[in-house]
Design a protein around this ligand. Structure first.
Ligand code: ZN
Ligand code: ZN
Length: 204
């Protein structure tokens, strides 16, 4: 197996103070809502357009979508149908979840907001670079990731939705680091060895 491209240092303290700073400056939902319109997600060239299955799932979804953490302190809602979902097999996601991969759902920018427990949210941002990982400071449940450098800048952890969020993962990324103990399923999804957002990225 390869080492992750950028290893988070285990000796560094987590940056929960960064969350406190952010919280003292303003609400997270404000930060989300200022994502420029130019960053609205567009279909990737190697991914299928919205399928009939996707359309059917979306038609069954009641808005707003809701979700939250294990202890119930942090709650969120999503006010428009989700755009897509993806799997990430990077080592950070493996450590963060304890699982072989993490499934994320990507909202239309500005449609995801924390509605309770803002003050309980904590964030870890890898010092070497990479997106912010937001979680409940009381129960530790991972809620969402944020990376303004990505066209899909928010990734809501799919397991935190109360009900079926109406999207299914359509792509896998960082499969070069996939866990040896759980083979990638033969599901025909496009597989990117590294980030699917990297310049020149193409699926395997
Ligand atoms: Zn919690
Ligand atoms: Zn990842």
């Amino acid at each position: 197996m390869h080492a992750p491209p950028v290893e988070p240092s285990l000796s560094r303290p987590d940056s929960s103070s960064a969350a406190a700073n952010r919280n003292s400056r303003g609400h997270w939902s404000l930060a989300v809502s200022i994502v420029p319109i130019a960053m609205r997600p567009n279909p990737q060239p190697d991914e299928p357009a919205v399928s009939l299955e996707h359309a059917r799932l979306l038609s069954d979804v009641e808005l707003p979508l809701t979700g939250g953490c294990n202890c119930g302190a942090v709650r969120y809602e999503v006010t428009e149908p989700l755009v897509r979902a993806s799997y990430c097999h990077c080592k950070r996601c493996q450590r963060r979840t304890g699982a072989a991969a993490s499934a994320q759902a990507h909202p239309v920018p500005g449609t995801f907001r924390i509605v309770a427990g803002q003050e309980k949210l904590r964030m870890w941002k890898p010092p070497e670079g990479g997106g912010e990982k937001w979680f409940c400071g009381d129960c530790g449940a991972a809620i969402f990731g944020a990376n303004t450098g990505h066209p899909e800048s928010i990734g809501i952890r799919m397991g935190t939705f109360d009900e079926d969020p109406g999207v299914r993962p359509t792509v896998r990324q960082f499969v070069a680091y996939a866990a040896a103990w759980e083979p990638l399923p033969d599901d025909a999804l496009p597989r990117f060895p590294e980030s699917r957002h990297a310049g020149g990225a193409h699926p395997l």
